[in-house]
Design a binder for this molecule. Structure first.
Ligand code: SF4
Ligand code: SF4
Length: 199
């Protein structure tokens, strides 16, 4: 697929989750710009959104297109120079109708500059997933993994809904098509399967 950050910019309105005094908070927010592996958003200093980000500068984002391709991202944000307000107005002219010129001073721009993400493509059967990272973060591999403890009994292969498990001296999971349902993990008699790094 295209660059997953560009994908989110093209969707434009995505769900952005923050932490509000230890509890989750979410809203739709527009990706105003995708540039140099960073996603830019706009908010106003009076919004709970802004206050939550000041207290805990981390977000999680999800967006899905009409083909049921989902991109999720989580990572750190930073507030950027006020000059970005003008840049964002230039690339998103609809903002002129919401914030007239003399009200722009209340606006702040932040960017998601480092994080990890996942593309989950439900337009194909079985669905495919792929992890990525940007801004210096390390990719977290998706799905479950079979370890050396495997006795090759074959139980997991029969239970897997996507056919992601193949036989061998040690059975193997194709993590790109693993649904992360955990069925193999729960039923393995040898405790040979490691749990996925979740999103
Ligand atoms: S169920 Fe466990 S021991 Fe059996 S093949 Fe699968 S991973 Fe190996
Ligand atoms: S977690 Fe579910 S989809 Fe993934 S390999 Fe195990 S049984 Fe298959």
């Amino acid at each position: 697929m295209e660059n997953p950050l560009e994908f989110l910019r093209n969707i434009k309105s995505v769900a952005v989750a923050t932490v509000d005094k230890g509890k989750p908070a979410v809203r739709m927010s527009d990706v105003m710009l995708a540039e140099n592996d960073k996603l830019y958003f706009l908010t106003a200093r009076g919004k709970p959104y802004y206050k939550q980000l000041k207290e805990n500068p981390e977000i999680a984002i999800v967006g899905m297109d009409k083909n049921y391709v989902t991109v999720r991202v989580k990572g750190k944000i930073e507030f950027v120079d006020k000059s970005y307000v003008e840049k964002i107005f230039e690339t998103n002219p609809v903002l002129d109708e919401v914030y007239p010129e003399d009200t722009k001073e209340i606006l702040e721009v932040f960017c998601l500059s480092e994080g990890v993400g996942e593309v989950f493509d439900l337009s194909v059967v079985p669905p495919k997933r792929e992890r990525f990272a940007f801004g210096g973060a390390t990719v977290e591999e998706p799905g479950y993994r079979i370890t050396e403890k495997c006795t090759a009994c074959g139980i997991c292969e029969e239970l897997c809904p996507t056919g992601a498990i193949s036989e061998g001296d040690i059975y193997k999971i194709d993590r790109a098509i693993c649904l992360e349902c955990g069925r193999c993990y729960e039923h393995c008699p040898s405790d040979a399967i490691e749990q996925a790094t979740g999103f």
